[in-house]
Design a protein around this ligand. Structure first.
Ligand code: GRF
Length: 204
């Protein structure tokens, strides 16, 4: 069976690209990206989708009176595409609870810190400003509370004394891109078992 993936984006799309590449090179099998949905018309991620013949859908927030109305339309697109798995890849909008409920344990996000530290925006800057010696990224299932769902995978990197948020973000991105495609592969291969807050990776 092919797992149908929809990816929600707002910007650059390197995590999307990482998953596209892993599907194309056979690292991830039995999966297809059925659409990329953006809330920003000029998102580079939409161009990446186009380049790989993936359906790109721009849903304009200005056309809707509230986040709930916007998300109803988004959910309709996810359903129409028969989506099995939703990936948030640099998607800068909060998702309504009814969407999370409709896709329970089937929406995954990547956050550029070791959660539960440094939730929210500018996590790399928060880490540099706090003076931590290590930081990383977290791939997790999405729950209504922001950046708080069950953790699937974390990757850790050192923070150097002369790091700026830019230099740290650049090194971290390499690990983020790896972590995201590894997690998608685990999901597609049916290896993730969720038990309340704990995610177990099943052995072969
Ligand atoms: C990444 O740092 C991700 O952790 C965060 O937003 C950024 C998206 O980058 N949620 P990209 O659009 O995937 O390149």
């Amino acid at each position: 069976m092919t797992v149908k993936i929809s990816v929600l984006v707002s910007g650059r799309g390197t995590n999307l690209q990482s998953v596209i590449d892993a599907i194309e090179n056979g690292e991830i099998q039995n999966a297809k990206i059925v659409c990329v949905i953006s809330n920003k018309k000029d998102a580079l991620a939409l161009k990446r989708a186009e380049k790989h013949d993936i359906d790109g859908v721009f849903i304009n927030p200005d056309d809707f009176s509230s986040r709930e109305e916007y998300d109803k339309e988004m959910l309709a697109v996810l359903k129409e595409k028969e989506t099995d798995l939703v990936l948030l890849a640099g998607y800068l909008k909060i998702i309504s609870d009814f969407v999370i409920e409709a896709y329970k344990n089937r929406i995954i996000n990547i956050h550029p810190s070791l959660l539960p530290s440094f939730k929210g925006l500018d996590a790399q800057k928060q880490a540099v400003d706090y003076g931590v010696k290590f930081t990383g990224c977290t791939v997790h299932f999405v729950e209504p509370d922001l950046d708080a769902g069950p953790i699937i995978m974390q990757k850790v990197i050192p923070v150097f004394e002369d790091d700026t948020d830019e230099s740290l973000s650049e090194r971290l991105l390499v690990e983020e891109n790896k972590a995201y495609r590894e997690v998608v592969k685990l999901f597609v291969d049916g290896k993730l078992e969720v038990n309340e807050r704990k995610v177990k990776i099943k052995e072969d």
